[in-house]
Design a protein around this ligand. Structure first.
Ligand code: ADP
Ligand code: MG
Length: 339
């Protein structure tokens, strides 16, 4: 509870399309707390940098003004503190602690859902701070209106200031985050490999960091430098969070047909020409990798082929990818295009 992570600073935060508004607002608030955006409210999915950005505000305030009273808590910690205070007859101390601050940051307030008494207390905390022009910063995984059982008066107060969303990082941002990480950790990673890793995750910075540390650990274990081959080895078998929108086999077929200049009918047909067989196997491989369709279903979508044909295609490509850099690049390109 209550501790700022010293690494969560503006310096280490990479700005991209999905977070530039949130970043700009955070910076302004850190320079002039309680003035412009009160409360500042970040919302967005897990692992997108809400906590990082919120704590960056706190860290900057402490650095600029060592006497500033900065309080950071998760909504659970707030709730627990409050319950404790009631049980030990220390609600006055609780109020002192939460209302006698220059900035109060409460993380993940979606967990206030359902907690009537806590919401009541937080309502008064909020009003006190707000009336004193003290800064309030909040985060949640969704907009206030969508938090179940959150009192209307809180919902409306949360919208008084600036609600800003943070959306998942695009490819360029993911690459920049990885480059930055590599630099901080003193890692030598070829840019092609950074690119490869950035393409393996598309939703979440925390997961991106996880993938990088996995590659890093694998390189250490093998005593080999980080290359794309090594990254591939390290990450194969890892079931990464699939793309948010569900790809269909048809999407894959048309993309692959386009890419290799063959027709979708050829992919579904029986021609044994090498220039068609390879794209067909790649399309089946991707259908298996990127969708949740069963093997028989994939076979059916490829002109009524047997599921063993799909397995064969899948294994063939999976083996070949390991040794064939061109093929690996084609697959990466295709996946990128399908994302
Ligand atoms: P959230 O609170 O939205 O779930 P976090 O703030 O905990 O996400 O971020 C997850 C991880 O990703 C943290 O290690 C954080 O430092 C990192 N991270 C998120 N966004 C960025 C970014 N734009 N630049 C650098 N690191 C980031
Ligand atoms: Mg968080």
């Amino acid at each position: 509870e209550g501790h700022l992570n010293p690494h969560y600073t503006f310096d280490t935060f990479i700005i991209g399309k999905g977070n530039q508004m949130a970043h700009a607002a955070a910076l302004i608030v850190s320079e002039e707390p309680g003035k412009l955006y009160n409360p500042l409210f970040f919302y967005g999915g897990v692992g997108l940098g809400k906590t990082h950005l919120m704590q960056a505000i706190g860290n900057k305030l402490v650095a600029d003004r060592p006497d500033a009273k900065v309080k950071y808590v998760t909504s659970e910690a707030f709730t627990n503190d409050f319950i404790n205070a009631i049980q030990t007859n220390q609600t006055e101390e609780f109020r002192q602690e939460y209302r006698n601050v220059d900035i109060l940051m409460v993380d993940d307030i979606q967990f206030f859902a359902d907690k009537e008494a806590t919401q009541e207390e937080f309502f008064h905390t909020f009003n006190d701070l707000y009336n004193d022009d003290k800064q309030i910063v909040l985060t949640s995984d969704r907009v206030p209106q969508e938090i179940p059982k959150l009192q209307d008066r809180l919902v409306s107060r949360f919208a008084w200031g600036l609600p800003v969303d943070i959306t998942p990082p695009d490819l360029e941002t993911r690459i920049a985050i990885l480059q930055n990480k590599a630099e901080i950790d003193n890692l030598e990673i070829p840019s092609e490999t950074i690119n490869y890793i950035a393409n393996q995750v598309d939703s979440n910075v925390r997961e991106l960091e996880g993938v990088l540390s996995r590659v890093q650990a694998y390189s250490k274990l093998k005593g080999e430098p980080i290359t794309t081959d090594l990254a591939y080895e390290a990450l194969k078998g890892l079931k990464l969070e699939t793309k948010s929108h569900q790809l269909s086999i048809v999407d894959i077929q048309s993309k692959v047909a386009d890419y290799f200049h063959v027709s979708v009918n050829d992919l579904k047909g029986k021609k044994r020409l090498a220039s068609i067989v390879m794209p067909r196997q790649i399309a089946m491989y991707l259908a298996r990798e990127l969708t949740n369709n069963s093997l028989p279903k994939i076979g059916k979508e490829f002109g009524g082929k047997d599921h063993t044909t799909v397995i064969h295609a899948y294994e063939k490509i999976a083996e070949k990818i390991k040794i064939d850099t061109d093929l690996r690049k084609e697959i990466t390109d295709l996946k990128k295009g399908l994302g």
